[in-house]
Design a protein around this ligand. Sequence first.
Ligand code: SF4
Length: 516
Amino acid sequence: MSSLILIMGDQLSHGLSCLKEGDRDSDVILMAELRAETDIVNHHKKKIAFLFSAMRHFNAELRETGWRTDYIYLDDADNSQSFTGEIGRAIARHKPRRILLTSPSEYRVLAMAQGWARHFGLPVDIIDDDRFYCTPQSFSDWAQGRKQLRMEYFYRDLRRRTGILMNGTEPVGGEWNYDSENRAPPGKEMLIPAPARFHPDSITAEVITLVEQHFPDHYGDLHPFDFAVTSEQAKDVLHQFIDQRLAQFGRYQDAMLADEPFMYHAHISFYLNCGLLLASEAVEAALGAWQNNTAPLNAVEGFIRQIIGWREYVRGLYWLKMPDYREMNYLQATRALPDFFWTGRTEMSCVRHCLSATHKYAYAHHIQRLMVLGNFCLLAGIDPDEVNEWYLCVYADAFEWVDLPNVTGMILFADGGILASKPYAAGASYINRMSDYCRDCHFNPKQKSGPDACPFGYLYWAFLGRNEARLRGNPRLGMIYRSWDKMSEADRKQLLDRAEQFLNNTAPKKEERIQG
Ligand code: SF4
């Protein structure tokens, strides 16, 4: 036997680089379900069940295609529950001449893998993950010498390099981005198709029982479980989106409705981020819809920008800035995450609906994550470590490489503007315009003072007041600080006091925490 090939839970792609490099006749593939990974945060039960089931299905497919695999189940008696422990045991069983793996997605795991050669006295070959359009090195080359690392310019550069949605050297349609057409509030004419659902097969049923037994105190609802768990099913999810929702996705991508947690979104991030679906498959499917005239350019461009713009950009930024990025806290936010993020018990209807969807589905769409939940965390000054931990825990598509830039950079402005040109702070009027949440809320989005005033109103001003020294110089906030300046000293103090009083009432009370 020559190589022990290690495949991780977010590397479930048959075209993975280490499989292309490996030899079916002589190598053994190691896959392992590990408490060291599941217990890093209090991961949503659905997330654990999804990843374990997808891993087990992938293992079965590898065996069907002639690979020899060594699969370690979570409840195997001898499972050491760590990568290093399981590789050590596998080396003793299979006596490989080397360890082979595709570069892990997470900085911590890569650092661990880089220590294995010395630890085990064997060569360790870590090869590039070629499932992305841009390598960490090519992102670093692009970033070299730039004063600002804005996604829009990275995206244009990648479009030029790949030829995607290009007409020679010009973008098709004449514009790089059609966001101005993609900000419609929810409309009465919306008929949103139900998302694709999959009934658990025997493998998934076994995993569900395992999660019930071993992770009873983890966050979230395990039932009903209807995720895709194979690449074939993930492709069905993609094609259902392309056929039924893509055409409306662009126009309504920022809209929110209390009874429609999935809207026109694709719900493929789970599958992209664990490898069941490839970014190139999603891009080609969307391009096909545009070429067949079944989806308009604003929708296709908006979707493709999420994949080759945003997703590639946050990965590039992650590898460029780690490990320092994890420590950033530009606004010096130190408040603890309120208990209602775990319990869902809050009178703020928008926050409650988004938390309820998160608890049920291990999913919320990007505008709920950014402009409701994230916006609250930004305005309230929640510690970035706590917010990062929460997002990593509750969403089934969250891995550190994608979570950290989105939370630290996009949501919290904790990187001081490396990712975003200004904080994404908004008051009640934005949520009221883009959703129906305010209709059944205890608070009034239009009321500025008194007990019924919407907290997003005074939290917004208090955020600007509290962070004046750090944010006033931002040219994109000039107008808003001029409004702040026009307020009387007494009004400004009242807003700051009201926000402080509200936030003090949301302080965590550990004995009330419900995580299951
Ligand atoms: Fe959210 Fe304020 Fe609207 Fe209530 S009134 S749903 S808290 S924005």
